[in-house]
Design a protein around this ligand. Structure first.
Ligand code: CP
Ligand code: NVA
Length: 308
């Protein structure tokens, strides 16, 4: 095992100062990309991307991002690698991390990625687990900053399932100093210990989703059934029916409040079409910003701070 490697397995693996650096750096990297200015700090570096669940945005943004940084990305999945045939995660980590410079994994339990990271010689990035989706929140907060400035002191409403996105928002609120209003249906309550929070000052639970949206700066939601929980889909559709973000709910928020969704979305379930396709929605910027923020993240994990 090698000491001194930085992983991004959950949002709080980076502190506030590092996150603020990453947001500044994402802006520089985005501007260069928009000007077609070559930026190849990761020439000759290789990223392995391991997927145990489906993906459009995460795969594309990491693969395109690594290419744009001058490196190469290799896609692996459990269907046609030995990972799907029971090779221990620890052995896979030893082998894969001897051949590449950085690894991104999308898997089920957080414990799997933690085990991989413990046996990896190179940085490991969480591309989504059942518990967390830190790369998405990096992009979401960068998107908020681009549109509205600093997020410190603001309030975000989380409406719907207490899932990987919700828990990552809760971690981010504690680190970056904003509040989260959480509203979930009965039986799907948030369990703060899952986010490993130090305190409860940064979030408040609301039984009524309309109340949770009162005066907030950002309303966000996600699918009612996350990947891996498909067997619960029909039961969840009944339980979550009053937790759809619609125009009435958005009307409770501050006048300049934004709407976010990590995508893919189900119009008519967790969000009304008028909201996701409406003027306050920034979902396309959010998706694009996966590219820029993850480029900044990979550059930081491999090279440290760059101020050029
Ligand atoms: N938001 C997100 O992670 O999308 P994908 O599942 O398409 O990667
Ligand atoms: N919560 C969703 C996010 C998908 C990007 C899931 O885990 O399926």
């Amino acid at each position: 095992m090698t000491l001194g490697i930085r992983h991004f397995l959950q949002f709080r693996d980076l502190d506030r100062e590092e996150l603020e650096y990453l947001f500044r750096r994402s802006r520089v990297i985005k501007e260069r990309f928009k000007r077609y200015q070559p930026h190849h700090p990761l020439a000759d570096r290789t990223l392995a991307m391991i997927f145990e669940k489906s993906s459009t945005r995460t795969r594309l943004s990491f693969e395109a991002g690594m290419h744009q940084l001058g490196g190469v990305a290799i896609y692996l999945n459990t269907r046609d690698t030995q990972l799907g045939r029971g090779e221990p995660v620890e052995d896979a980590a030893q082998v894969i991390s001897r051949m590449v410079d950085i690894v991104m994994i999308r898997t089920f339990e957080q414990a799997i990625i933690e085990r991989f990271a413990r046996h990896s010689r190179v940085p490991v990035i969480n591309g989504l687990t059942n518990e967390f989706h830190p790369c998405q929140i990096l992009a979401d907060i960068f998107t908020y900053i681009e549109h509205r400035g600093e997020i410190r002191g603001r309030t975000v409403a989380w409406i719907g399932d207490a899932n990987n996105m919700c828990y990552t928002w809760l971690q981010a609120a504690e680190i970056l100093g904003f509040k989260v209003h959480v509203s979930t249906p009965p039986g799907y309550a948030v369990e703060p210990e899952q986010a490993g929070l130090d305190g409860t000052d940064h979030f408040q639970v609301f039984a009524d989703p309309m109340q949770a949206c009162q005066g907030v700066d950002l309303v966000t939601t996600d699918v009612w059934t996350s990947m891996g929980f498909e067997a619960e889909n029909e039961v969840r559709k009944q339980a979550f029916v009053d937790w759809q973000v619609d125009t009435d709910m958005m009307a409770m928020a501050a006048r300049d409040a934004l709407f976010m969704h990590c995508l893919p979305a189900h119009r008519g379930e967790e969000v009304a079409p008028e909201v996701i396709d409406g003027p306050r929605s920034v979902v396309w910027d959010e998706a694009e910003n996966r590219l820029h923020t993850q480029k900044a993240l990979m550059e930081y994990l491999l090279l440290g701070r760059i101020e050029d």
